[in-house]
Design a protein around this ligand. Structure first.
Ligand code: NAP
Length: 242
């Protein structure tokens, strides 16, 4: 069985992606930071539908925790390897830059950008040895066009977009693809406080997206059907961009 690691999989887009990958036959490693009950719910939903999954709790922004948790998993699962990683965990701490605190800046950069490096670097060796792998990064419309009040978040996502393009060129010859998906407004706790009625008028499809719609795209990129797509940033935003 092939393993897929999904970071930030206790809720929102990460949960939907986990369900999709499990239904496509992957054994899913459900990463999350602190919300045990929601993570167990993701696990329960996967098992209820006949899939296989395990919880893997660690803080993606903490280099030591990432190294220890992934190192332990890899040691305990000799012969297995993680074929798909979905770097999805993310936070936002919006503020005009004039008012932005050091913590607002660094926690968003650590969680959204540095985590990509901390997590992915541990998985590349096995992908190279197995001559197959899928690295999928969940970025944002905000990282493509920049949004006011999100200098930290836009910078973090733009950073992952650059790293996606660079790593795709490093790993292409090894049959490992590296892509990013860039959602617009998706209905999750992250967008809970936003006024959908007001904002949807800007969106050609006239609504916020569902996590399951993003999961379909991620599932496609993880599949063999996407074998010739790499280094791309694929928008999923109801036509909002540009
Ligand atoms: P969400 O509902 O707020 O869920 C966030 C998830 O990330 C949770 O599972 C949370 O775990 C996990 N997480 C947060 N910090 C973490 C850390 N340090 N270590 C490990 N896990 C951590 O968010 P979402 O809307 O699904 O967003 C998922 C991704 O999509 C993010 O990268 C976000 O930037 C991106 N995105 C979302 C939208 C949108 O409209 N929703 C649009 C564009 C991009 P706990 O439950 O343990 O806290």
């Amino acid at each position: 069985m092939k393993f897929a690691l999904v970071t930030g999989a206790s809720r929102g887009i990460g949960r939907a992606v986990s369900l999709k990958l499990a239904s496509d036959g992957f054994s899913v490693l459900i990463n999350y930071k602190s919300n045990d009950s929601e993570a167990f719910e993701t696990l329960r939903l996967i098992k209820e539908s006949g899939g296989e999954a395990f919880l893997l709790k660690f803080d993606v922004s903490d280099k030591t925790q990432v190294t220890e948790s992934l190192g332990k998993w890899l040691l305990e699962h000799e012969g297995d390897y993680i074929d798909v990683v979905v770097n999805n965990a993310g936070i936002r701490k919006d503020n005009l830059m004039f008012f932005m605190s050091d913590d607002d800046w660094s926690s968003v950069i650590d969680t959204n950008l540095n985590s990509f490096f901390y997590v992915t670097r541990h998985l590349i060796k096995d992908m190279v040895m197995n001559k197959h792998g899928r690295i999928i990064n969940v970025v944002s419309l905000s990282g493509l066009k920049g949004l006011p009040g999100q200098a930290n978040y836009s910078a973090s996502k733009a950073g992952v977009i650059g790293a996606t393009k660079a790593l795709a060129q490093e790993l292409g010859k090894k049959n490992i693809t590296v892509n990013a998906v860039a959602p617009g407004f998706i209905k999750t706790e992250m967008t809970d406080g936003l006024n959908e009625k007001e904002l949807k008028s800007m969106i050609p499809l006239n609504r916020f997206g569902e996590s399951s719609e993003v999961a379909e795209l991620v599932g496609f990129l993880a599949s063999d059907k996407a074998s010739y797509i790499t280094g791309q940033v694929i928008s999923i935003n109801g036509g909002l961009y540009s």
